[in-house]
Design a binder for this molecule. Structure first.
Ligand SMILES: Cc1cc2nc3c(=O)[nH]c(=O)nc-3n(C[C@H](O)[C@H](O)[C@H](O)COP(=O)(O)O)c2cc1C
Ligand SMILES: C=C(O[C@@H]1CC(C(=O)O)=C[C@@H](OP(=O)(O)O)[C@H]1O)C(=O)O
Length: 405
């Protein structure tokens, strides 16, 4: 299975949660782009399962293995010129895999290289699945979990798909999304665009929102370093308790992630389906469990008067056009204004809960009850924070490339 998005940067995510590997093919990143692999590995660790009491106990190293279109960078060659494989470091004996053949065997030194450069328009990475327990999913083919994709996947693809671990519908597939997004984040940082997110709400408990007018890149960087990213410590403690209480009750809770980009210049985007929101919405909705997306004041804007919702323009001390408020969330008519971009994503509560639930037996054609086994996140929003950052980065980068091509 493969799913694809993007116009100028095409991202194709492939594999399944309990298959030997998952991965991502990324087309359109300029040849010679330098990727800091240590940073990328650290970014993937923010999403990885098995690392906290708020996460599934499935433990995966989630190491991104470059398999096509890249070479190790020895540090001596300026990245702009390094697209030429002649100039790339051959010290590892693992020069550019610039064809599109996937390397399924020993990843070799390239997997551990601190820095790599792209040598072809299509680059590819894979991640091995190492901690699968497919037995937990025995029986779900016949008796689907309420709230998960078991039933609809069977309607669409029949009963041959490997749906263990949620198959290609699983949040596991957001690990390769974070590879592509992690690279996009590095590319945007070069342009002084910073992206960060926090837990805006969990189980109805609200964090202090980001200041839509004066949120700084420093605040976003600080949030990136937090295991449980919130602005209010008190709210964070209450949220953590609510998650653990739900887990104890054999249940789960939902949440909202607020994501922000600073440093975005005005003039990025276009009309209607060329608008930045139109780039971002499909990427956001592709993240499992996302049930709502809003930009700026979002649904609240429908409750305001024009006189309240319009953000007055003014010239600042540097002669730059700014707005005094930011209900528009940094986008007007699909085009950036230069104010911070703000979006919120609503995540539903984890469908796999350990309580007895009603379902049906699709083979015996009768009503049935079900107790879901396995290792599940009690609140998916917590690990969704870096995923949301990755998605925003990819949409912004794709849209910038449209404007600058
Ligand atoms: C970070 C993250 C972790 C998730 N973990 C789980 C999980 O452990 N168990 C589960 O049943 N669903 C989990 N989900 C949600 C399911 O993958 C998702 O609800 C399912 O694929 C159905 O898709 P839908 O909710 O978008 O309709 C997770 C989602 C995210 C974003
Ligand atoms: C493995 C991850 O999360 C998984 C997401 C997931 C789901 O249904 O989405 C179900 C669980 O899969 P399993 O039963 O194989 O443990 C989670 O652990 C991950 O995010 O990397």
């Amino acid at each position: 299975m493969q799913s694809t998005f993007g116009k100028n940067i095409r991202v194709s995510i492939w594999g399944g949660s309990h298959e030997p590997a998952i991965g991502v093919d990324i087309e359109g990143i300029p040849v010679g782009t330098r990727i800091d692999m240590n940073q990328l590995r650290a970014f993937l660790q923010r999403r990885a399962p098995g690392n906290s009491p708020f996460a599934t106990k499935r433990k995966e190293p989630d190491l991104p293995i470059p398999v096509a279109g890249i070479a190790a960078w020895g540090g001596g060659t300026p990245p702009e010129q390094a697209g030429d494989p002649e100039q790339a470091d051959s010290g590892t004996g693992n020069l550019a895999s610039s064809n599109s053949t996937r390397v399924a065997g020993n990843p070799g030194a390239l997997a551990e290289a601190p820095v790599i450069i792209t040598t072809a328009p299509l680059i590819s990475f894979e991640i091995r699945n190492t901690d699968t327990r497919s037995g937990d999913y025995k029986g779900l083919r016949a008796v689907p979990r309420p709230g998960h994709a078991d039933y609809t996947a069977r309607l669409r693809y029949g009963d041959t798909l490997n749906m263990a671990g949620g198959g290609p519908f699983s949040a596991r597939m957001t690990a390769p999304l974070c590879i592509a997004g992690g690279i996009a984040l590095q590319m945007l940082k070069e342009k002084n665009i910073e992206i960060g997110a926090h837990l805006y709400a969990i189980a109805g408990i609200e964090d202090t929102p980001l200041d839509p007018v004066s949120v700084s890149a420093e605040t976003l960087v600080k949030l990136q370093k937090m295991e449980f990213p919130v602005l209010s410590e008190t709210a964070g403690e209450k949220m953590a308790q609510a998650i653990l209480q739900a887990k104890n009750d054999l249940d789960s809770v939902g949440g909202i992630v607020e994501v922000c980009a600073t440093g975005l210049p005005g003039g990025i985007g276009g009309a209607m389906y060329d608008g930045l929101e139109s780039y971002l919405a499909p990427i956001f909705f592709g993240i499992p469990a996302v049930k709502g997306v809003e930009f700026g004041a979002g649904f609240h804007a429908a409750e305001l008067r024009g006189s309240e919702n319009n953000d007055p323009f003014y010239y600042d001390y540097h002669g730059q056009v700014k707005t005094r408020t930011n209900y528009h969330g940094g986008i007007l008519g699909g085009i950036t204004t230069g104010m911070p971009l703000l979006a919120r994503l609503a995540f539903k509560p984890t469908p796999s809960i350990s309580r007895k639930q009603d379902s049906v037996d699709l083979e015996a054609h009768k009503n049935e009850t079900l107790v879901v086994k396995g290792r599940h996140d009690p609140c998916v929003a917590v690990r969704a924070v870096p995923i949301t950052e990755a998605a925003l980065a990819l949409g912004i980068l794709d849209c910038i490339m449209e404007v600058t091509k």
